[in-house]
Design a protein around this ligand. Sequence first.
Ligand SMILES: Cc1cc2nc3c(=O)[nH]c(=O)nc-3n(C[C@H](O)[C@H](O)[C@H](O)COP(=O)(O)O)c2cc1C
Length: 197
Amino acid sequence: MRDTDPYPVNFDQRDPAPGVDPLFVERWSPRALRKVDVAEAELRTIFDAARWSPSCYNEQPWRFVTSTPASFATFLDLLVEANQTWARNAAVLGFLFADKQFARDGSDNALAVFDAGAAWMAMALQARRLGLYAHGMAGIAWDRAHAALGMDPERYALCAGFAIGALGWPESLPEPARAMERPSPRRPLAELWRQLD
Ligand SMILES: Cc1cc2nc3c(=O)[nH]c(=O)nc-3n(C[C@H](O)[C@H](O)[C@H](O)COP(=O)(O)O)c2cc1C
């Protein structure tokens, strides 16, 4: 287990209902990251947590590809510039793909990206348990990532990129990212859930 956050994070904008596990509320996506050493065993823990996610027919379509120190620059180059400015301080960069084909019969798996999203959440929560943060990214080189990472575009849907690191200081960010560097609020539950008699 690593050292904790370098400053007390302010969760004032978050209003969970009573009983919601802090694990969910305290997962957020900082841009100020620190390039700490993340041991391979920790990465194994993070991606193994994702392995236990549910999926349609237990197909487990998620595929994670992550950087090593040797390939970090290649991964960074697959992010849009706005993301590169902060993600360069991440410890690890990665991309999530979803296998579009059912292994059972080769037919289209229309739920593959849905299942990959569940796996992403599992890895993000496990990262928090290890004192790390995972930050998802849509600002990626959608047209170049498959070729750069050796993934067949016919078979694998690119879902998102992500950065993993320890929390850094907001002062390390340029504006406007610095002003946004706090856990964000949510729509009211009443807007997201209703019971129908
Ligand atoms: C699929 C996905 C794509 C995202 N793309 C970006 C991105 O390109 N750049 C960025 O700074 N944040 C990105 N985010 C972070 C979101 O803005 C963030 O998750 C959202 O505002 C909710 O805040 P929270 O994660 O801190 O709770 C992305 C998140 C997800 C899940």
